[in-house]
Design a protein around this ligand. Structure first.
Ligand code: KG4
Ligand code: ZN
Length: 362
């Protein structure tokens, strides 16, 4: 089965082709970083307009790179939420229309499920059976919009164990980077700056680690960083690096403590990390070294938003016979726990968000 995946939930236009036997055939990405950089963050209306401009020009080279044509497609998968409504509508409108014109099924994919499944893509091909070798596992989803710990029994069987009560980890990285004058997007810039930092100069708190439970809070850490910046002003490059280092260590340590707790509480021995912050090399190495568990993470290019993860998740669900109604519907907010299990079939009143399931024709 050949699936076109489309990602337009925020500031990256991603288009990819995934084949159930041959794997990832093409993965095209257009980043809007330059468009939003001067505003210091994503401007939703500009994001939507740019997705419209870039989506068709990305599909054409992806098809030629994979030596396929539109007629070879068996299905279309697009991100249906969570994300910016206008941006999501571009991918959903394009995906549904293309699928309708080709008379093939389309399915709206949950963005965080896309992230969650991305590390399994390379290991397994699209076979749900092969991917199931990793189940059950604890997933740490860390992106610009989410910080969640999820117990994953199988594709679509998700139990939320904990989440951030305020800022997401990536959002905190971005805001502290801004305080340090490191630009947008801040995560990679802050991580690079932290590499030069002295780990002994500042020690930032590890929020909510002294309380039981698996929720997170990063806004206090952000305020602590702000106070440290104010006290050190005017900032030298050394100050910047030392503050970045202390902040990064505090976030990584906090995530480590909560991951260890989740693994112990659930007696599970595999941790999967995914989402933009999983690109952070300190996070990857600390979790791998300090946890008594096997740690799975995606290739660098699959950590941040991309079309490949949507094509892969779509391929798994379309192969299982799922598809959405021919309706352009998206959800800015969408709990992942509402997703159907992989073998869920439409029955009387069996509605799934964002559309009702209908059987796939292939
Ligand atoms: O998954 P993603 O591309 O978009 C969302 O779904 O939100 O994640 C983007 C987030 C941004 O906050 C970005 O600063 C962060 O991931 N990020 C990083 C790194 N690379 C990206 N944070 C820390 N270290 C990195 N190397
Ligand atoms: Zn994302």
């Amino acid at each position: 089965m050949l699936v076109l995946g489309i990602e337009t939930s925020c500031d990256e236009t991603g288009v990819a082709l995934y084949h159930s036997e041959s794997g990832l055939l093409a993965d095209a990405l257009h980043s809007q970083i330059d468009l939003h950089a001067r505003f210091g963050g994503v401007v939703p209306e500009l994001a939507s307009r740019d997705h419209i401009r870039k989506i068709v020009p990305l599909v054409r080279p992806a098809l030629s790179e994979s030596e396929t044509t539109l007629d070879d497609l068996d299905g279309v998968a697009y991100t249906a939420g969570p994300g910016l409504t206008g941006a999501l509508m571009v991918g959903a409108g394009f995906g549904q229309t293309l699928a309708w014109s080709l008379d093939i099924p389309a399915i709206g994919i949950h963005h965080m499920e896309g992230h969650l499944l991305a590390p399994l893509m390379e290991a397994s091909g699209a076979s749900a059976t092969a991917a199931s070798a990793a189940f059950p596992f604890i997933a740490l989803l860390v992106s610009g919009g989410h910080t969640q710990l999820v117990e994953v029994a199988a594709v679509g069987e998700y139990e939320l164990l904990g989440e951030s009560l305020d800022d997401a980890a990536g959002e905190a990285f971005d805001k502290v980077a801004k305080m340090l004058g490191l630009g947008y997007p801040g995560g990679p810039a802050l991580a690079a700056c932290a590499r030069e930092g002295d780990p002994g100069r500042f020690r930032f708190p590890r929020p909510m680690t002294d309380r039981p439970g698996l929720d997170f809070s990063f806004s206090g850490l952000k305020t602590y960083a702000m106070n440290t910046v104010n006290a050190a002003e005017p900032l030298s490059d050394t100050d910047r690096s030392d503050i970045a280092r202390a902040f990064e260590e505090a976030v990584v340590d906090t995530l480590l403590i909560k991951c260890r707790r989740a693994l112990e509480q659930r007696a599970i021995s595999t941790l999967l990390i995914a989402g933009g912050v999983s690109a952070n090399t300190r996070l990857r190495s600390v979790l791998t070294e300090k946890l008594d568990a096997s740690v799975i993470y995606p290739a660098q290019h699959l950590c941040t938003d991309n079309g490949a993860m949507i094509a892969y998740a779509g391929c798994l669900r379309l192969q299982a016979g799922q598809a959405d109604e021919q309706v352009v519907r998206v959800r800015a907010r969408w709990p992942m726990t509402e997703l159907p299990e992989l073998d869920a079939r439409p029955g009387p009143g069996a509605l799934r968000a964002p559309g009702a399931l209908r059987p796939s024709r292939r």
